[in-house]
Design a protein around this ligand. Structure first.
Ligand SMILES: O=C(O)CCC(=O)C(=O)O
Ligand SMILES: [Fe+2]
Length: 402
């Protein structure tokens, strides 16, 4: 029976470790700077807006399972709509004081919350413990795969401790009884306009296209000039130990103060480098490079280096002047590298990825596998979409999975 004073439910290991990793891959390759400081987010409409609609597929069945669970627990079967779905990560310095989730006039439609923990307290981050002001459990230390469900009203006032270190990642959903706030209807209408001419599953049509540069600039810059802070996408590449080479870079220097035009380079073809090695493969833009790199990190344990013959043709050695260009570009994309290290500290205990040798052969294998993954999901969304549209609802349909 539901405890009526503080109706809430903590489910252990509701989400498989594999799905947690897949959602982490999506967030680390698609997130934007968030609505609050030191918070990053990935919404489903953002995935559609950046030509990555296929990445909605991994969310479909977990959204369904969560909605069923919430309806069953609160006894409101077939009454709820999902109001919001998003991946949200908090980094050092982020926290939230006592609040209920419906505590603003524009949030009154939120009736229930489900917060899914995609990584773990004490392993992936420090701090970030969740507390309820009254009732039990009083505190929840996030653990991978666990889900916390509660009413969005004042019976469940809660807070989250400041993040001390690392990146705390959740899949967060809110549910509503109000059909006018149905997220599915909005997403389906957005998808109708973007999926129309995408029956072509050629990978060239499925490459990500970035949103406006300021959505990736951290901290979001009020004056929208790029004098301080860093580009989130570049930061995630640099902390993994890679460098970025923009072949369209005309070689301006910092003193030219063309910062805005430098970030424009991120929307043009570019290459990845590691120490003095430049990978020949050209990515169409920074998001494309980031998606493949994060895919490599998600899957790299599945590939044995010996499975692939190292191919020297993939890589060129760089000259001193090229290395200097790369360093100058880094100063444009990351105005102060210490601010990156403050937000994304090295949690490998000093065994930084930089110290390891690079295996371009498995990186190239990752690129091939990323293309196959992308095409497969795209086919799945094309197969599902007619039924989603008919029912104005997104649901998994085993018969349409390829
Ligand atoms: O991430 C959590 O544990 C809860 C976050 C929260 O309270 C909120 O986003 O309203
Ligand atoms: Fe909350």
């Amino acid at each position: 029976m539901v405890e009526t004073e503080h109706p809430r439910l903590l489910l252990h290991q509701f989400i498989s470790p594999d799905l947690c990793k897949e959602l982490e891959f999506i967030h680390k390759s698609c997130s934007t700077t968030g609505y609050r400081s030191n918070v990053f987010s990935t919404t489903l409409s953002h995935l559609i807006a950046t030509n990555s609609s296929q990445l909605i597929i991994p969310f479909v069945s977990i959204r369904e399972r969560l909605k069923e669970k919430v309806e069953e627990f609160f006894g409101c079967e077939f009454e709820l709509f999902i109001e919001f779905t998003g991946l949200i990560s908090w980094t050092r310095g982020a926290s939230i004081g006592w609040h209920s989730d419906d505590n603003r006039p524009y949030l009154k439609q939120r009736h229930f919350a489900a917060v899914c923990y995609l990584n773990s307290y004490g392993i992936d981050f420090e701090g970030g413990v969740f507390h309820f002001q009254h009732g039990k459990p009083a505190s929840v230390a996030p653990m991978t795969g666990d889900v916390l469900i509660y009413t969005a009203d004042s019976r469940n006032i809660h807070s989250v401790d400041e993040i001390i270190d690392g990146e705390r990642l959740t899949l967060t959903l809110w549910f509503t009884r109000d059909a006018s706030h149905d997220e599915d209807a909005k997403l389906i209408s957005f998808l109708s306009s973007t999926l129309l001419d995408s029956s072509d599953t050629n990978i060239n049509h499925l490459l990500p296209s970035p949103a406006s540069n300021n959505m990736y600039w951290f901290p979001p810059d009020q004056a929208s000039n790029y004098q301080s802070g860093f580009d989130l996408r570049c930061a995630r590449i640099y902390i993994a130990g890679y460098d970025i080479y923009c072949s369209r870079d005309k070689g301006y220097s910092l003193a030219d103060d063309l910062s805005d035009s430098f970030v424009e380079l991120l929307n043009e073809p570019l290459q990845l480098a590691w120490r003095n090695q430049l990978l020949k493969k050209e990515f169409v833009n920074i998001l494309h490079a980031l998606q493949v790199l994060q895919f490599y990190y998600w899957k790299h344990t599945e590939w044995q280096p010996s499975d692939y013959k190292a191919n020297n043709d993939d890589v060129v050695q760089m000259s001193e002047s090229l290395l200097e260009r790369i360093q100058n570009l880094k100063l444009q994309f990351v105005r102060n590298y210490r601010s990156v290290e403050a937000i994304f500290p090295d949690r490998t205990g000093g065994r930084s990825l930089l110290e390891q040798s690079i295996d371009w052969a498995s990186f190239s294998a990752a690129n091939v596998a990323w293309e196959a993954y992308t095409s497969k999901l795209h086919q799945e969304i094309l197969n599902s979409f007619p039924e989603w549209k008919m029912h104005n609802s997104m649901f998994s349909n085993p018969s349409t999975e390829s």
